[in-house]
Design a protein around this ligand. Structure first.
Ligand SMILES: NC(=O)c1ccc[n+]([C@@H]2O[C@H](COP(=O)([O-])OP(=O)(O)OC[C@H]3O[C@@H](n4cnc5c(N)ncnc54)[C@H](OP(=O)(O)O)[C@@H]3O)[C@@H](O)[C@H]2O)c1
Length: 305
């Protein structure tokens, strides 16, 4: 995550726990339309009320999938559902907090019941918590890991039986470039994302011979509410991104968009990448591939530097 000149976004508002209840399966709309990449597929996304999850849910729906997604902010969930349906796609928002086992189980089962099974799951819900390690309370640590690591374990745990019933499927989980290039203050975040990658590797071993592929993506810093502080005017944010990109993304020199990350998730979920499993895929514009050497001011540069 970049060191932002803006103040940190307010903590995400809490939500009242409530297990999802679901209605009977609706008729397919744009879903099942021939010629679309994910026509006939049922896709589940955690954390799709915002950012990367939201863009990915929309991208899957635009490619013909029927999408069940969760998050805690009901208004935003309904808004995403409406946007997808207005565009001719099919999606259902179900309230679930990924920290709660019963809610994750109800969400996963609810999506499968509504759409008649499950083919693809994107375990994406996550929070960014930044603090020097010794200042982090035990409760803060537990809460960050409950979302970023335990939430992914719960998702995979309840998705696998549905995928096995289908004879296989695909899972993608959101790690971070921050698992590779750890930032100061990111002990909990890095631990959680490394944990996600451990889950992915182990599950790839456990279920590969039964047709389940599972991979982690490592997005670089992405223009979402996770990094954009609330209340910053568009012009200021654009100016910040323009200055930030060349300093922090050695390759493509710009911050990622949520659609950049969604495109990678769809590629991993597609049959073309059918031999990729247990992997961590960087989607970071080259940010972790390397970078320029910065020479301290006032010291002579040796030849060749
Ligand atoms: N943006 C970046 O620079 C970046 C870089 C690398 C990795 N990532 C990862 O990408 C993922 C998505 O982040 P984003 O950038 O799209 O952030 P975002 O815009 O803040 O979205 C986060 C999503 O996760 C959901 N969420 C958080 N806690 C949840 C919980 N306990 N239960 C259910 N849903 C929960 C939020 O929904 P509710 O608030 O409605 O619950 C929201 O939909 C995260 O795992 C993040 O760590 C982001």
């Amino acid at each position: 995550m970049p060191a932002s000149p803006f103040s940190r976004r307010a903590a995400l508002s809490g939500a009242v726990a409530a297990a999802a209840t679901v209605a009977a399966a609706p008729r397919a709309r744009a879903a099942d339309a021939p010629g679309r990449r994910f026509a006939g597929k049922v896709v589940l996304v955690t954390g799709a009320t915002s950012g990367i999850g939201r863009a990915t849910a929309k991208a899957f729906a635009a490619e013909g999938a029927r999408v069940g997604f969760c998050g805690r902010r009901r208004e935003l969930g309904r808004e995403v559902e409406r946007e997808i349906r207005q565009a001719g796609g099919e999606a259902t928002y179900l309230h679930a907090d990924v920290r709660e086992a019963e809610q994750v189980e109800a969400f996963v089962d609810g999506v499968a019941r509504r759409y008649g099974g499950l083919d693809i799951a994107f375990n994406n819900a996550g929070v960014e918590r930044s603090k020097p390690l010794h200042e982090m309370t035990v409760a803060e640590w537990d809460d960050a890991l409950a979302t970023n690591e335990r939430g992914v374990f719960l998702g995979v745990k309840y998705e696998i039986p549905h995928l096995l019933r289908r004879g296989g499927g695909v899972i993608v989980c959101t790690s971070s470039a921050g698992a590779e290039r750890v930032r100061p203050g990111h002990a909990a975040y890095a631990a959680g994302k490394r944990g996600v990658e451990g889950i992915v590797r182990a599950a790839a071993m456990d279920y590969g011979d039964r047709g389940v592929r599972i991979n982690a993506i490592r997005p670089g810093t992405t223009d979402t509410p996770l990094v954009r502080p609330a209340g910053v005017p568009d012009a200021d944010w654009e100016a910040f991104k323009k200055a930030w990109g060349p300093l922090n993304v050695a390759g493509l020199r710009r911050m990622a968009t949520a659609r950049d990350i969604a495109a990678a998730v769809l590629a991993l979920a597609g049959d073309e990448l059918g031999y990729v499993t247990g992997a961590e895929i960087a989607v970071d514009g080259g940010a972790t591939a390397g970078g320029p050497q910065v020479w301290p001011q006032g010291f002579p540069k040796p030849p060749g530097v």
